[in-house]
Design a protein. Structure first.
Length: 343
């Protein structure tokens, strides 16, 4: 009998990580390949393997009858639903919801919001880690010539697509152009700040909509079409303030990139949100949804001068859970946090 079985989502239209392989790889890191397996819904129907804990990825082709059979005949002790999609609504049909709620009250997503009211025990999924980030962290920490954080060249840095972020507001899901709004405010109201980066890529629909609303926005875009990761991370290390607005949902990899780069992170408000690798909230500056960003930037610039050890504090915080940005058996605190939410 397996300890852990991940039934991957099969109606996402996206990559392997979002279907659930990231969760399986995370578990294999700590428990080994023999204890963990993954399968598609069709593969599960064909063999119906037993497992102590069974994770059900959503959205799924599993029917309500399939779900009822998950725990039949002692095939598992515990069922946990999850989805990796960057969407606020839960990814089950009405029939699937009714069947799963009879088996479990646990549902995992990449981030958590205190505003959710799903009448479930909402938990947190591991997000995919980046080998490039790990390599960049190791180089910045271990290479003698670049171990010391260089003198800043820029006041503020951000690079990313101009996507909209879906947030809860007054009991409803709304979309805000947080990335665009932050950059527009900084560039128009504080041109004296030395800024690195800008917007890159994005869908044609989003670009056309922004132009229709705001006219020519080309000055907010990075002048080149592509920036490699090493150039990006070096620029972060040469910046005092690093912006971490939301992605499609309120979570973003930029929180961890910014914290490891050593600057002061100005973030979408995480005082009532969470991720599996917890953020050092007291060491960041939080911007309430739809609020102006410049007051937070000025505060962060002051913090960078007043607390020169902040970067090292944040590095030590993350190293409690990650090993240079990667999941590791040498950092059991993260798996302990993951398991605690299942009990």
């Amino acid at each position: 009998m397996l300890d852990w079985l991940v039934i991957t989502a099969d109606r996402t239209g996206v990559g392997r990580g979002v279907r659930g392989y990231t969760l399986a790889w995370f578990l294999q890191t700590y428990f080994g390949r023999r204890a963990v397996a993954h399968c598609t819904p069709d593969q599960w129907r064909a063999s119906r393997p037993r497992a102590d804990t069974l994770f059900v990825g959503l959205p799924s082709s599993l029917t309500a009858d399939d779900i009822e059979r998950l725990a039949s005949s002692g095939r598992c002790r515990r069922v946990v639903a999850f989805d990796y999609l960057d969407q606020q609504p839960l990814q089950w049909s009405a029939d699937q919801e009714a069947a799963l709620r009879r088996l479990t009250d646990q549902y995992l997503k990449p981030w958590y919001e205190a505003a959710w009211d799903y009448d479930l025990r909402m938990g947190l999924l591991p997000i995919r880690t980046s080998r490039r980030l790990t390599a960049a962290i190791l180089a910045s920490r271990c290479a003698p010539r670049i171990r010391r954080r260089p003198e800043p060249l820029y006041d503020v840095a951000f690079l990313g697509q101009p996507n909209t972020t879906s947030v809860w507001k007054a009991g409803q899901i709304v979309s805000i152009d947080q990335r665009f709004n932050w950059l527009r405010e900084i560039r128009s109201e504080a041109p004296q700040l030395k800024f690195w980066g800008g917007l890159m890529g994005g869908s044609d629909e989003t670009t056309a909509r922004l132009r229709q609303l705001h006219g020519d926005v080309s000055h907010l875009y990075h002048p080149t079409g592509k920036v490699n990761f090493w150039t990006y991370f070096r620029a972060l290390r040469r910046s005092r303030v690093l912006l971490a607005p939301g992605g499609n949902a309120p979570w973003s990899y930029r929180h961890y990139e910014g914290l490891y780069a050593g600057g002061v992170v100005v973030t979408i408000d995480y005082r009532r949100r969470d991720m599996l690798v917890p953020l050092p909230c007291e060491n960041m500056v939080h911007v309430p949804d739809d609020a102006p960003v410049l007051p937070a930037v000025w505060q962060a610039l002051a913090m960078s001068r007043q607390r020169p050890s902040l970067g090292e504090e944040n590095f030590a915080w993350l190293q409690r859970y990650l090993r240079f940005g990667a999941y590791s058996r040498r950092r059991p605190a993260l798996m302990e946090r993951f398991l605690a939410q299942l009990e």
